[in-house]
Design a binder for this molecule. Structure first.
Ligand code: ASP
Length: 442
């Protein structure tokens, strides 16, 4: 028998009907032994996620307001699920405890984490699985960083003794014994941590879409679904704005080579997207023919270009540039360089606040002859394993953009040849994505 860890997102557990679908999925495969739930999400577009309601209650409690009305919405959602599923479980004692903790202002993370905690209790009862409180097995160190080793040791020992369990996502315990959460959407990370500790064969991430699409469907009509993608390709695309899975969720499973399968709770018959270490053995011939795996991008970057005669002979020039950025707490995204020029691409939201000081510091520290800043740049990443062995991929992209009259502001190809980054004006962003997609997919 193998081991699968299945994480179910908020929309997969939003109400009793979704719970029923989840049970069916879990029972369809005895390998699904460890289940990681999110808190109930939205049932319809104007609905409020339980996590958001909990944050609201916390904020109200903090400012001394009465949060009873908001909290009763939370109680009702859980109680509705419990009674519709005819469970004998009662959460009344938990509700009382949480309310008094809120009044005592125990912490924002504690408040938010209760969404997963309560949902985990219900799901464990419904599935007949053991409930393991994440506060007993997921740890953060004294600096608030996830304590990977300690967690892996404690959690894997616990799972060895537990045949089937529900472990709520999103939170753990910090060194000072208070509850701490990951960033929003963090149940994906918990799922990956559990998969690693369980030495799972597969980490299934159940959500409300059938995996990743080759491009954003709000920009490209009916983009091709991605059947299989490597961790590295996915990292490029999620960093550039493709959202489905939390960015951090890749790391725990990547190191163990555990594949991630993105699946749709509402369409369990779809295979979804498989995220793997290497594609060569798993891709079908059809998929192998796809030179590019995906296109994603983000707007609002600035390109700072420094020019200095004989820059190429000057030791430490790049370091000085990066130190100035570090000093202003601005991280860089890309560093395309020429012989006597160096460009640094930075996020506008970080750079624009201190723009004048940064430029003046750059002049002082580097003695550059000129510094030019262009803002309002969008970056587009074209990722794909097939690009490596295929001549003419870059030419195809650039010709298509030129034919569409789009001005390319910057090009950067990582040495891995896994992706090409193209900078265009913000206004050309959507059209560029459509043009590149069209060049490969039609
Ligand atoms: N419930 C949390 C959130 O809404 C975590 C999660 O769903 O993964 O961000």
């Amino acid at each position: 028998m193998g081991i699968k860890v299945a994480k179910f997102g908020g929309s997969s557990l939003a109400d009793e009907n979704q719970f029923r679908k989840v049970k069916k999925i879990v029972e369809a495969d005895p390998d699904r032994r460890y289940i990681v739930p999110s808190a109930p999400g939205k049932r319809f577009s104007d609905d409020i996620k339980i996590t958001d309601l909990l944050y609201r209650c916390y904020d109200m409690a903090k400012s001394g307001e009465n949060f009873e009305k908001e909290f009763s919405l939370i109680e009702k959602r859980y109680n509705d699920i419990i009674s519709a599923l005819s469970l004998s479980l009662s959460l009344e004692d938990d509700f009382t405890e949480i309310k008094s903790a809120l009044r005592a202002k125990v912490g924002r993370d504690y408040a938010a984490s209760r969404g997963e905690y309560l949902n985990g209790k219900i799901l464990a009862e419904y599935l007949g699985y053991t409930f393991i409180d994440a506060a007993e097995v997921i740890f953060f160190d004294e600096n608030g960083k996830f304590a990977a080793e300690h967690t892996n040791y404690v959690l894997s020992e616990r799972l060895k003794r537990t045949e089937r369990a529900v472990i709520p996502g999103f939170y753990g315990i910090s060194a000072n014994d208070t509850i701490k959460t990951f960033s929003r959407g963090g149940s994906d990370i918990t799922g990956a941590i559990v998969a690693k500790a369980a030495r799972a064969d597969l980490y299934e991430n159940w959500t409300d879409v059938s995996g990743f699409l080759c491009a954003d469907p709000r920009i490209v009509k009916n983009p091709r679904p991605i059947g299989i993608i490597t961790y590295r390709e996915l990292r490029e695309l999620s960093y550039m704005g493709a959202t489905v899975l939390h960015e951090e969720a890749i790391f725990p499973v990547k190191s163990e080579g555990i594949p991630i399968n993105i699946r749709n709770t509402n369409k369990p018959e779809d295979c979804g997207t498989m995220i793997v270490a290497s594609v060569s053995t798993m891709r079908t011939d059809d998929e192998n023919q796809n030179i590019i795996t995906g296109i994603a991008g983000k707007k609002n970057f600035s390109v700072i270009t420094l020019e200095k005669d004989r820059m190429n002979e000057e030791v430490g020039f790049g370091r000085r540039v990066l130190e100035v950025l570090e000093h202003h707490n601005v991280c860089f995204e890309h560093l395309p360089s020429g012989i006597d020029t160096m460009s640094v691409i930075v996020d506008d939201s970080l750079f624009s606040k201190d723009k004048n000081e940064i430029i003046s510091d750059l002049f002082d520290e580097t003695g550059a002859d000129s510094i030019d800043v262009e803002s309002g740049i969008a970056l587009i990443a074209v990722a794909g394993h097939g690009m490596k062995n295929m001549r003419g991929t870059a030419a195809k992209i650039f010709t298509a953009l030129a034919d569409a009259n789009i001005n390319i502001r910057m090009i950067d190809q990582g040495s891995s040849e896994l992706n090409i980054i193209i900078g265009v004006n913000n206004d050309d962003f959507e059209e560029s994505i459509r043009t590149i997609y069209g060049a490969f997919e039609n």
